[in-house]
Design a protein. Structure first.
Length: 87
């Protein structure tokens, strides 16, 4: 996709952290991995923002999730805007 983009144009992605499926609850910093992948493809991060998700259902799930796994309920995702730079 990056090779099809013209120099100076942007690509916007919404990412959120994920957990490994190893049972220890380890989080993978998907924002960081996404930025590194775009960097390798000749793109640079030019903007980022936080996208808030509705809190309603998160508030209803928070007690159960915190009691069972000592984990917070995520109510946001990261918005990353990358620009293609000339090589």
């Amino acid at each position: 996709m990056c090779s099809l983009l013209r120099t100076g144009h942007t690509a916007t992605f919404v990412v959120g952290n994920i957990r490994e499926n190893k049972g220890d609850g380890r989080m993978l910093p998907l924002h960081m991995h996404t930025t590194q992948a775009f960097d390798k493809a000749g793109m640079v991060l030019v903007n980022d923002a936080v996208l808030l998700k509705p809190v309603g259902t998160g508030a209803m799930r928070a007690d159960r999730i915190m009691s069972a796994a000592s984990k917070l309920v995520g109510v946001h995702q990261n918005v990353c805007v990358f620009s293609k730079v000339s090589k």
